[in-house]
Ligand binder design. Structure first.
Ligand code: SF4
Length: 367
């Protein structure tokens, strides 16, 4: 038959320059990628590589490591070599670590113009070293560390101030013929952040890295990031994303991946379609949905599993899904590809769904 049409997306991608962060292409020719940042002391090579491995297993595309000291800089060559995903060194304050990171074979370096005052006279050398090694640079402007000059001019970290800082720094690199740049203009307020990225997107064709900075604990940070990224990705703005959470970085990757999947910017894998429950529910839907989600975690095969509390919308949704249950009267009707295959007692719903999901995944073969 004909190949399936790609799933619809909301906005056309903004056309950008392309660059490579290690093996990962970044820019409008490539899928939007998910980044996170390790929380280990970078100089602790084993702990850092262990966390990078966990991030990789969770689906992280690119990882960033902090480099605040010489010990951290010394650890970069080993980390860059042993990581299975590209490693970006995150440098504030000290230009010498930028050179160290480039020489260490890091896939990219992130610099913060607001925090590297001595930078401007070093840009030429940095541009040359980065060009020689094929290392892209991210100019990471952050509301919390905006250049004092721009702070004085704009009064606070407005969208215009963030963008002016980023473009000014990019201009310094461009003067030296260096364009392998990715830019971010992060703010903790999604409204300011979205406006800043919109302005930036109009003013340049560099790929953009999205982030709501200091977004907060998991719940608030997830909502802020999802709303802000959604508003931008809907306009095709954003080439890499990082969800910042005051939570383990693996959680950031799960949220980032889910945001991209929700917008069809990445193939959906396991998707649980569960009802909110209501006064008609004849089964504990929350518990059922949680148990099914936990039982199927890590499933690599695209699968829609419907978990419905009663027969009002239950059979309809369960039929639309690959697999589903519609509960009622202490029993669950199990649907596979639209057909009731069996009815099981409530206590057997979870294990039956997991069993059937595994069987479908096996039938689908390796992805
Ligand atoms: Fe309520 Fe049934 Fe709809 Fe769930 S499926 S929300 S229990 S009506």
């Amino acid at each position: 038959g004909l190949p399936a049409a790609p799933p619809p997306v909301l906005g056309k991608r903004r056309v950008t320059r392309q660059l490579r962060v290690g093996a990962v292409g970044v820019g409008s020719d490539f899928p939007v990628s998910v980044q996170s940042m390790t929380t280990t002391v970078t100089a602790d090579v084993n702990a850092t590589l262990q966390q990078i491995a966990e991030l990789t297993a969770t689906g992280c595309d690119i990882v960033r490591v902090a480099c605040p000291s010489q010990d951290d800089a010394d650890a970069l060559p080993q980390i860059a070599r042993k990581s299975k995903i590209p490693v970006i060194a995150d440098i504030h304050f000290q230009p010498k670590y930028v050179f160290a990171a480039i020489e260490a074979g890091c896939a990219a370096v992130r610099v913060n113009p607001g925090n590297i005052k001595k930078f401007d006279d070093k840009v030429k050398e940095i541009a040359r070293a980065a060009k020689d090694h094929g290392t892209p640079i991210r100019i990471g402007v952050n509301a919390g560390s905006l250049d004092a000059r721009l702070m004085a001019k704009h009064g606070k970290a407005t969208p215009e101030a963030l963008v002016e800082s980023a473009l000014w720094e990019a201009g310094l690199f461009a003067e030296h013929g260096f364009h392998d740049l990715k830019i971010s203009v992060k703010h903790n307020d999604p409204v300011v952040m979205v406006r800043a990225y919109e302005l930036l997107a109009e003013s340049c064709d560099y790929p953009l890295h999205l982030g709501v900075t200091e977004a907060g604990p998991a719940f608030q940070g997830t909502v802020k990031s999802a709303v802000a990224f959604g508003a931008l990705l809907r306009q095709g703005i954003g080439d890499t994303i990082r969800v910042s959470l005051s939570a383990p970085p693996m959680e950031e990757v799960k949220v980032g991946t889910q945001i991209l999947q929700s917008l069809n910017l990445r193939p959906r894998k396991l998707e649980i379609v569960s009802c909110p429950s209501c006064g008609r529910a004849q089964v504990d839907v929350y518990k059922l949905a949680d148990q099914v989600t936990a039982g199927l975690e890590g499933m690599e095969v695209p699968l829609r599993v419907a978990v419905m509390g009663c027969v009002v919308n239950g059979p309809g949704e369960a039929r639309e899904a690959d697999l589903g249950v519609a509960s009622g009267n202490g029993k669950g009707q199990i649907f596979v590809k639209g057909k009731v295959i069996k009815t099981v007692p409530e206590s057997k719903i979870v294990e039956t769904l997991i069993e059937e999901a595994m069987r479908l995944a096996e039938e689908a073969g390796p992805q």
